[in-house]
Design a protein around this ligand. Structure first.
Ligand code: GUN
Length: 285
């Protein structure tokens, strides 16, 4: 069996087309979705991510604003801006790019974003919504994975899902979202003893551990669906995921490449959450 390679670029392009149509629908009601992106410091990776997010907004007709603070900014300055953005009717989404410099308590910053504008889905209100299956804004990366699985008609109900990686941004919300869809979910992480005894049971194996070649073919069940969320830069400059992609082609039934798999979906789902936020406002108004 040769795995079907899931094309995240094509899926993202298709979803962006749908979003453009929804943005046009909102325009008829004189609403332009708006996203505010806050960046503190000059982490090079964050700069690239922020630039991509701003560009992606323009691509589908979302208005965006970039707010930049120096690395030594006082948290109070950022909190003041968030309070202003919370009150602005033209701003439907607010995103604080992570990581933040050490003087910031990330939880405190995230909790001040209005849950109604928390398009990253990081506010405790939205995290709680995920736990009880009443999500307002699903976090973008796991949301993108769910969309890819749905697009390929991969059944989730009753399946064994193993998530490797237990971060607040990816692994934990991923597990909750698939639990909500009646999968049997195990979450593993870097401290898991004998990782292979779990991964081998997976019908759907989702890896977000940030370690190249962590998952090799003998750890994967024949015919499993493998979703690789890892993004690692090797010393020779190559970008790879957390799995042995080439080795798994003969083992998996579906697999996502890196780059070109989950990555393009993450920003697209941020756009989707921003459009959904503007639609909520339109419905309420
Ligand atoms: N840093 C790395 N990933 C993310 C993300 O999804 N959202 C934000 N705000 N910061 C990040």
């Amino acid at each position: 069996m040769t795995a079907k390679i899931i094309d995240g670029v094509a899926a993202a392009a298709e979803i962006r087309q749908e979003l453009k149509a929804r943005v046009a629908g909102l325009a008829k009601r004189n609403i332009v979705p708006g996203l505010a992106v806050i960046q503190v410091g000059d982490n090079p990776a964050s700069k690239v991510y922020v630039r991509n997010k701003i560009r992606a907004c323009a691509d589908v007709g979302i208005r965006s604003w970039k707010y930049e603070f120096p690395a030594d900014a006082a948290p109070a300055e950022v909190l003041k801006l968030i309070a202003e953005l919370n009150a602005r009717p033209d701003t439907h989404g607010i995103l604080v790019q992570l990581p933040l410099p050490p003087q910031f308590a990330i939880a405190e910053i995230l909790q001040t974003i209005s849950p109604e504008k928390d398009v990253d889905g990081f506010h405790l209100y939205n995290v709680g919504g995920l736990v009880i299956g009443q999500t307002v804004f699903p976090p973008c990366t796991p949301y993108g994975v769910v969309k890819l699985l749905e697009r390929e008609n991969i059944e989730i109900e009753g399946k064994n899902v193993v998530v490797v990686g237990a971060s607040n941004i990816v692994g934990k919300p991923m597990a909750l979202m698939l639990m909500q869809k009646d999968a049997t979910v195990a979450i593993c992480h870097i401290k898991t003893r004998d990782l292979a005894q779990f991964t081998i049971l997976a019908d759907i194996l989702i890896v977000a551990a940030g370690k190249p070649n962590l998952i090799v073919p003998q750890m994967v069940r024949q015919g499993a669906v493998v979703i690789d969320i890892g993004i690692n830069r090797l010393p020779d400059g190559r970008l790879v995921g957390d799995t042995d992609f080439e080795g798994l082609l003969e083992k998996a039934s579906y697999i996502t490449p890196v780059p070109g798999g989950v990555g393009p979906m993450t920003v697209t789902m941020l756009l989707a959450n921003t459009v959904a936020s503007a639609e909520r406002v339109a419905q309420a108004g």
